[in-house]
Design a protein around this ligand. Structure first.
Ligand SMILES: Cc1cc2nc3c(=O)[nH]c(=O)nc-3n(C[C@H](O)[C@H](O)[C@H](O)COP(=O)(O)OP(=O)(O)OC[C@H]3O[C@@H](n4cnc5c(N)ncnc54)[C@H](O)[C@@H]3O)c2cc1C
Length: 506
């Protein structure tokens, strides 16, 4: 059914989802597959949010994510594959043989290969005196993963599911309960003493959690550090945007609907319950349940009256703060720029002191090494990005903003030249995105990558699930359990849909 032919306003939906990030899409598709009447309202032109794409001069760039977990074909943690399957859809996944090629201080140059044993061997070659500690730390991560990977991952807020899972997998559940309040850094320090190696473990965590190991929940670390060797990192043919596109196709086939350029400005409440939403143009849509895929800051400070923010949300904000956003360079480059054997994903850091600083850690993705069709023949896409705060980009005139973008871009290109000599000369296309770009196009407060702990917390214990203090309102996406990353927000989508399905008696 096409968006324009539907008179949405006169109908009441079972579920209205604000936003079509992967969290929102998984919630919507799961519910549509169960027979719920679902409408997604998306402010942008296409679905996907941070997992969307844009096209320029024959290049198809991923907006953000391109190191994709959850597209494997075994176990239970391959949540993107499972979400697509639920609506009879799929994407062609291209296996990436190396998760990351690290270029770190003191010439620590290491590739995280898909084979676990090769990875351990490569790391132990740099730290032979820590061979045993390395294995014990990463083996402990496998314990977490093996527990998760035997159960259906649904809503931890649903007592019957918890009971059923406990009866089916009592030992795995007890083990996960043990890890839930723990952070990866504490476990790493149990086995590893070498300060350089501990810094490496910090980077292993920082590159997806944007905090060092001592603040990174062990559950998330267990997932990432093991799944890369199990389901592996896989790139969707046609670009990351395909995942969202295919979920939308599945949603529509299952009877769900999506409306683009539909920015929600208000969540309507009646007697304390969420009952509908209002768009920028004044249109109103009613639903039995409302799901926000916007960040918690956007949901509780913009879509609801800021003076009525529920106490538990205030508490959450005392525990978590917004992470920085990113400065992104989307480049089209000549093939000759990339040395033979270049891998798809790189992390570059010259000085450990700068790991968490703006413009410190530099992330690079070259997805055309896996799918050449995303660029014209003999050219590649290089997406380089580094954490940056919005404050540094505020209050500038248009010309100052452009000049600052240019200056920053060349600083980054200079750093990249050390690994990709001739990058400047081989540059065919360059577009620079700032934290302001992320805020504007992704609808995320300050362009944040998501919540990070303000101080060391007890693992994932204080990360909220999907239901909220406002009856009928749920949150999904990276500011709910278990956090950032496509597979993680898919988990949040499965959990949110499950909770709502039970609440609606589906
Ligand atoms: C530069 C970058 C690189 C990344 N790299 C990786 C990676 O390699 N691997 C990985 O797994 N993850 C990566 N991530 C993280 C991952 O992309 C995110 O964690 C995930 O996509 C967030 O999904 P989400 O469902 O929470 O919502 P989002 O992607 O934020 O989507 C929310 C959607 O809601 C819409 N919306 C918001 N407010 C409204 C409103 N009021 N009305 C209507 N619509 C609204 C937005 O337009 C958006 O489409 C990266 C992120 C970035 C920014």
């Amino acid at each position: 059914m096409s968006a324009s032919s539907t008179n949405y306003q006169n109908s009441s939906f079972d579920v209205i989802v604000i936003g079509s990030g992967i969290g929102g899409l998984v919630t919507a598709t799961q519910l549509a597959a169960k027979g719920a009447r679902v409408l997604i309202l998306e402010s942008y032109l296409i679905p996907g949010g941070s997992a969307g794409y844009f096209e320029r001069q024959g290049y198809r760039f991923d907006v953000g994510a391109s190191m994709i977990f959850g597209l494997g074909n075994r176990g239970t943690t391959n949540l993107l594959t499972r979400a697509l399957e639920a609506v009879n859809s799929s994407v062609d996944a291209i296996a990436d043989p190396v998760q990351i090629h690290y270029h770190l201080p003191k010439s620590l140059d290491l590739k995280v290969e898909r084979s676990y044993d090769n990875f351990l061997q490569n790391l132990a070659a740099y730290f032979p005196h820590e061979r045993e500690g390395i294995r014990r730390f990463y083996d402990e991560c496998w314990k977490v993963f093996n527990c998760l990977n035997q159960m259906d991952l649904l809503s931890l807020e649903e007592p019957r599911y918890l009971l059923r899972t406990f009866v089916q997998h009592p030992l795995a559940c007890l083990s996960l309960l043990k890890y839930l309040p723990q952070n990866a850094g504490d476990i790493a320090r149990r086995y590893i003493k070498d300060p350089q190696l501990l810094k490496f473990i910090d980077m292993e965590c920082y590159c997806w959690s944007v905090v060092p190991a001592e603040m990174t929940p062990m559950i998330n670390a267990g997932m990432v550090f093991s799944d890369r060797h199990y389901g592996g990192v896989n790139y969707p043919k046609g670009g990351v945007g395909q995942i969202a596109q295919k979920l939308v196709e599945g949603l529509e086939k299952a009877g769900g609907e999506i409306k683009y350029q539909a920015k929600v400005t208000k969540i309507m409440t009646e007697k304390g319950s969420a009952i509908g939403v209002e768009l920028t143009n004044g249109e109103i849509y009613r639903g039995k349940r409302i799901v926000s895929n916007a960040t918690r800051w956007d949901t509780f400070e913009k879509l609801l009256p800021v003076d009525k923010i529920p106490p538990n949300e205030k508490k959450w904000q005392q525990n978590y703060q917004k992470s920085p956003s990113f400065l992104s360079l989307h480049m089209g480059v000549k093939e000759s720029v990339l040395p033979q054997g270049t891998e798809c994903h790189h992390i570059i850091l010259e000085d450990w002191q700068n790991m968490t600083k703006p413009e410190g850690t530099l992330f690079v993705s070259i997805p055309t090494l896996l799918d050449p069709e995303l660029a014209p023949e003999e050219y590649h896409i290089v997406h380089a990005f580094t954490p940056d705060w919005i404050n540094d980009w505020q209050g500038l005139s248009a010309s100052e903003y452009e000049a600052k973008k240019e200056e920053t871009a060349w600083r980054i290109i200079d750093r990249l030249e050390k690994i990709f000599p001739g990058l400047d000369a081989g540059l065919d296309y360059l577009e620079v995105g700032t934290p302001r770009t992320h805020r504007r196009f992704l609808g995320r407060e300050d362009g944040t990558y998501g919540p990070i702990p303000r101080r060391k917390l007890r693992g994932l214990l204080s990360m909220p699930f999907n239901s909220t203090a406002i009856k009928g309102l749920y949150c999904v996406g990276d500011s709910t359990f278990p956090g950032q990353g496509l597979n993680a927000v898919a988990f949040s989508g499965f959990a949110c849909a499950h909770r709502i399905a039970v609440d609606l008696g589906l």
